[in-house]
Design a protein around this ligand. Structure first.
Ligand code: MG
Length: 291
């Protein structure tokens, strides 16, 4: 067993292959974030936020810059049409990039005011886009929004709808495999937990109880596997929880992990962005849904 893997409950073995091994794909970045498997392009993308670059990675070609400047891109996901969605701190927008390279702004303002700095993003199978808007990418005097919202953007809409306004630092988010539950991280250093909401038929959120408190560090990006296990980044790597909230185990990274994403040709590789580096580990499970 790779010594980066910590078993907390025996059920964690169901997530692991005999050959599961944490491998460094690349190092030397300033702060990596926003991993997403872009299936239409057959590559992983990830951001170096202060480095103002989006990189791509394939097993055959390794890492190369894909967009520079990136307007300080952060989180990514893909939509139902195979486009890449990007949260941009610099432009304070969410953009969509087609496989042909055409870039469109999909969200830039709420109630006539600029967004803070969109951070992370998921797409539901009905095409709605859900993203968080904490103020990490702006200075206090640049702020126009009265809260740090979680937003939903409906397919034909030009402006998002606020679905949660009681977060301090809303950050990573992911749906359960059946999309009835939405998990959202609050990265405030005094809060550092993940909340779980029920998604109503009209696309509002109810509930919002604390699902897991994350330490050391804070929860940032997260993804869910097809069995409903939550993979959430923390100060010491990726923490894995059963659907009922039991901690199953951890995948430790040498540096603080900020985000993770399933991908690869079989959807069974977990990619982890961790400060200056990017890692992969092949698992005995697959990512849920699109992201
Ligand atoms: Mg984030």
């Amino acid at each position: 067993m790779d010594d980066s893997i910590e078993i907390v409950e025996d059920a964690f073995y169901q997530v692991l292959r005999d050959d599961s091994r944490l491998e460094c794909l690349a190092d030397g970045f300033r702060f990596t974030e926003g991993p997403a498997w872009w299936a239409a392009m057959g590559c992983l993308v990830f951001s170096d936020i202060p480095g103002d670059t989006i990189y791509r990675w394939t097993p055959a070609e390794g890492v190369s810059p894909w967009r520079r400047p990136s307007r300080h891109a952060n989180g990514h996901t893909t939509d139902l049409e195979g486009n890449l969605l990007t949260c941009e701190h610099g432009s304070r927008t969410v953009t969509r990039t087609s496989p042909q390279g055409q870039v469109t702004t999909v969200a830039a303002a709420f109630q006539g005011r600029k967004l803070n700095s969109p951070n992370d993003i998921v797409v539901k199978r009905d095409g709605t886009i859900w993203f968080t808007d904490p103020p990490y990418g702006i200075k206090p005097d640049q702020r126009e929004q009265p809260a740090n919202y979680v937003f939903r953007l409906d397919p034909a809409a030009t402006e998002p709808v606020a679905v949660a306004s009681d977060f301090s630092r809303p950050n990573g988010l992911c749906f359960s495999p059946d999309e009835r539950l939405l998990y959202i991280a609050d990265s405030d250093t005094t809060i550092h937990h993940v909340r779980r909401f029920t998604v109503s038929a009209d696309h509002t959120l109810c509930g919002g109880e604390v699902f897991a408190v994350i330490a050391p560090g804070v929860p940032d990006g997260m993804r869910m596997d097809a069995a409903g296990r939550l993979f959430v980044t923390a100060g010491d790597g990726v923490h894995v929880f059963a659907p009922d909230g039991r901690m199953l185990g951890r995948i430790h990274t040498p540096q603080t992990a900020a985000n993770c994403a399933f991908g690869g040709p079989d959807g069974d590789t977990l990619f982890i962005t961790a400060t200056s580096s990017v890692w992969s580990i092949r698992l005995a499970t697959r990512g849920a849904g699109l992201s």
